[in-house]
Design a protein around this ligand. Structure first.
Ligand code: PXP
Length: 248
C-alpha cells in the first residue's frame, strides 16, 4: 500500500473542497475584477471549506493565470488544481505547486467536464506527466468514471488519488450508486485515495459521503447557487453538516 497523502486525518472525516470556478465566470461576464475569486476562496476557508478547487482551463474561460498564482501562493488551505493533461498546464502546475492536481479531460465545446478521463487509453502520455507532477511534490488525482479498468490504470500510471465522477449518479442514471460503491471499495483494495465529485447537491450528497473510502468531495455549482440565496458560510455549513452526518 502506498503512503496515504493525508495521513494526519482521522479516516472517518470527509473533506469538502469548494470549487470556485463560477465566481470567475461571474467576474468575467463584465470583464472587470468583481467578484474576486481570491476573496471568495478566503471566505470559503473561513466558512469551513477544507480546500479550494480551481480549474485552469486551456481556454481560460473562468479561472485565469493571475487567479491561480495568487490562490496557490496565498490561500492557507490545500489547493486542488484541475487541469488537462497538457504540457502548458503541467509546467504551470509544477511552478505553482498546489497541494494537488486533478487531471480531467477537456474539450473546448463542453459546458463542464463531461466524462471521466480515459486513463486506460492514455497511459503512455499520462505516466511521464504524472511522474513530473509527483517529482514536484504534487499529489496527483485522476477524474475517472467508476470503472475498475480505469482505477487499475490509475495505479499503473502512478496516481495516488482518483476522483470518481458522480455526474451520471447526479443525473439519476440507474445502477450508478452501485457502480460508485464498488469502485470506491476497489480503491481501498488497490491503494488509491478516493475522492468524488460533480453534480452533488444537498439532496444527493448523503449516499456518496457515506461511502467509507471517499475522503473528499469537490463541489462547486450547487454551492455557488445556494450561496446566492443564503450566503456562503451558511451554504458550506449545511453541506459540511450533511457530509458529517453521512459518516455516522
Ligand atoms: N470535480 C471535477 C473534476 C470537476 O470538473 C467539477 C466541475 O468543475 C467538479 C468536481 C464540481 O462539479 P459541480 O460544479 O457540478 O459541483
Amino acid at each position: 500500500m502506498r503512503e496515504e497523502p493525508y495521513i494526519f486525518e482521522m479516516s472517518s472525516y470527509i473533506r469538502l473542497g469548494v470549487n470556485i470556478d463560477h465566481v470567475a465566470t461571474l467576474r468575467n461576464a463584465r470583464g472587470g475584477v468583481h467578484p474576486d475569486p481570491f476573496t471568495v476562496a478566503v471566505a470559503c476557508v473561513k466558512a469551513g471549506a477544507d480546500g479550494i478547487t480551481i480549474h485552469l482551463r486551456e481556454d481560460r474561460r473562468h479561472i485565469r493565470d493571475a487567479d491561480a498564482e495568487r490562490i496557490c501562493a496565498e490561500i492557507a488551505a490545500p489547493i486542488n488544481l484541475e487541469m488537462a493533461a497538457t504540457e502548458e498546464i503541467t509546467a504551470i502546475a509544477c511552478r505553482l505547486k498546489p497541494h494537488g492536481v486533478c487531471i480531467v479531460p477537456e474539450r473546448r465545446a463542453e459546458i463542464t467536464t463531461e466524462g471521466g478521463l480515459d486513463v486506460v487509453g492514455g497511459q503512455a502520455a499520462l505516466a511521464p506527466l504524472i511522474a513530473r507532477l509527483n517529482a514536484a511534490g504534487i499529489v496527483v488525482s485522476l477524474f475517472v468514471d467508476p470503472e475498475p479498468a480505469q482505477l487499475r490504470a490509475a495505479v499503473a500510471v502512478g496516481a495516488a488519488v482518483v476522483e470518481l465522477h458522480t455526474g451520471a449518479y447526479a443525473n439519476g442514471r440507474p445502477g450508478e450508486l452501485e457502480r460508485l460503491t464498488a469502485a470506491a471499495a476497489l480503491t481501498g483494495e488497490i491503494g488509491l485515495e478516493c475522492h468524488a465529485g460533480h453534480g452533488l447537491t444537498y439532496a444527493n450528497v448523503t449516499p456518496i459521503a457515506a461511502l467509507p473510502e471517499v475522503r473528499e468531495l469537490n463541489i462547486g455549482h450547487y454551492l455557488m447557487g445556494e450561496a446566492l440565496l443564503v450566503g456562503l458560510p451558511e451554504t458550506i455549513r449545511i453541506m459540511k453538516g450533511l457530509m458529517a452526518e453521512a459518516r455516522k
